[in-house]
Design a binder for this molecule. Structure first.
Ligand SMILES: Cc1ncc(COP(=O)(O)O)c(C=O)c1O
Length: 429
């Protein structure tokens, strides 16, 4: 089968083309574009923590360097050449991101990360629209970022929090939806697209359809999906979607909140300050147009440029291929880990998940597992992964998580399996 992986250092074309739809990624080739993997160290890096943050290709680092080296200036205010260049780069990143998720650039708000995007929705739309007695529907598999903001708002506004129950295999129990919506109290539904623990890919469009039929607004946490599968906000039929650049091969410090234009237009602003205003007097202000109404103060300019480069790089790679690669690797990891005595896998079968595989090892605390693996240069996440209620529901305090991106290889999974055999040896003594 043809492989895809040879992008140039400028970020150009990891081998796309009309005939490329069935091509598979070659993570070995892609890895050469991520400088972290060629940085000399005692043991080769086996990076299995892309759900926490992804590695960054040279093209992203170069784009950010170029901005600082050639046209560093503040945006939207200078009338001189490099300020205009900086503004053009920043707005170009917005346009690229909009195209990436099939949205209008006006609907793309740059934030600091997913957490800020979700808080923005709770604090602006939520605080504006939700009244005492209304219910917000969530799931038990939410990252704290999509739970705590709603808890805070619920406490302030006397809202009810409801949860779509989980099935035994770690999926959402869709049969429960009619009951949850029956009394008409649910005014907003907010849930994760891909669980950062179970890996479950939730049926966003289906949930959105039911929510809309009951007049509820739909918010999606796409932190674990935006860089792993094709996303089309129109096809999903949702109202808001939040994601975070650092999990998308881009830099830290920037995220995106997409919102439907009518809602963003009608909502009050989030933070007040420079750039988000149209007019200001000593006693009152009016707001800027979208999306700048939600971008107060000097924004993350270099980071936007980096995110734009990351999105371009991913687009050229092909999001269908990235998803197929993640899923294939998840299936391989589940098969290999499943052979190990005492290893218990969490979540649904591979065909229902993205590139995340969490597990426990009988008799060994996840932190001990991760510490022993680290001796072999293997990076996995151990803990509750900011999903304490989910771990409570699973009856475990913590888990170990291996997660993948386009540069992850079967050999990385093999190294994990060998490492886990060592873990068992160490703790059998
Ligand atoms: C599902 C999910 N939601 C939200 C977040 C929060 O992302 P950030 O810390 O970049 O805001 C994460 C990060 O791990 C996540 O996995």
């Amino acid at each position: 089968m043809p492989t895809v992986g040879a992008a140039s250092a400028s970020g150009a074309a990891p081998g796309t083309g009309a005939a490329a739809a069935q091509d598979v990624l070659d993570p070995r080739l892609l890895k050469t574009q991520f400088p972290i993997f060629s940085t000399p160290r005692e043991k080769p890096l086996v990076y299995l923590d892309s759900a926490a943050t992804s590695q960054k290709p040279q093209a992203v680092l170069d784009a950010m360097d170029r901005y600082y080296a050639t046209c560093n200036a503040n945006i939207h205010r200078g009338v001189y050449g490099i300020a205009e260049e900086a503004t053009a780069l920043y707005e170009d990143a917005r346009r690229r991101f909009a195209a990436f998720i099939n949205a209008s650039p006006r609907e793309i708000v740059f934030t600091r990360n997913s957490t800020e995007g979700l808080n923005l929705v709770a604090r602006t739309y939520g605080a504006w629209k939700l009244k005492a007695g209304d219910a917000v529907l969530l799931t038990p598999m939410e990252h704290h970022s999509n739970l705590v903001p709603w808890q805070m708002l619920a406490a302030e506004r006397r809202l009810e929090l409801r949860f779509i129950p989980l099935t035994g295999s770690g999926e959402l129990d869709m049969d429960a939806l009619p009951r949850l919506f029956a009394d008409g109290k649910v005014k907003l539904v907010s849930f994760v697209h891909v669980s950062n623990v179970l890996g479950t890919v939730n049926p966003v469009a289906e949930i959105a359809r039911v929510a809309k039929a009951h007049g509820a607004v739909v918010v999606v946490d796409a932190s674990q999906s935006a860089a792993h599968m094709p996303l089309d906000v129109k096809a999903l039929g949702v109202d808001f979607l939040a994601c975070t650049s650092h999990k998308m091969l881009g830099p830290t410090g920037i995220g995106v909140l997409w919102g439907r234009r009518e809602l963003l237009e009608a909502m009050p602003p989030f933070l007040g300050g420079g750039e988000m205003i149209r007019t200001v007097t000593l006693t009152e202000s009016t707001w800027n147009e979208l999306p700048w109404k939600f971008e107060a103060g000097t924004m993350c300019i270099a980071e936007a440029v980096g995110l734009g480069a990351a999105v371009q790089w991913l687009q050229r790679l092909g999001m269908d291929r990235v998803f197929a690669h993640d899923r294939e690797l998840a299936a391989y990891a589940m098969a290999r880990l499943g052979e190990l005595e005492g290893v218990r896998l969490l979540g649904p079968p591979a065909e229902k998940r993205g590139g995340v595989v969490a597990f426990t090892v009988d008799g060994v605390h996840p932190h001990d597992v991760a510490t022993v693996l680290d001796r072999d240069g293997i990076c996995v996440r151990a803990g509750h992964h900011c999903a304490m209620p989910l771990h409570d529901a699973l009856g475990i305090p913590a888990s170990v998580r291996a997660s993948f991106h386009c540069y992850s290889q079967r050999e990385d999974v093999d190294a994990l399996v060998t490492g886990l055999e060592r873990v068992r040896e160490v703790f059998a003594r």
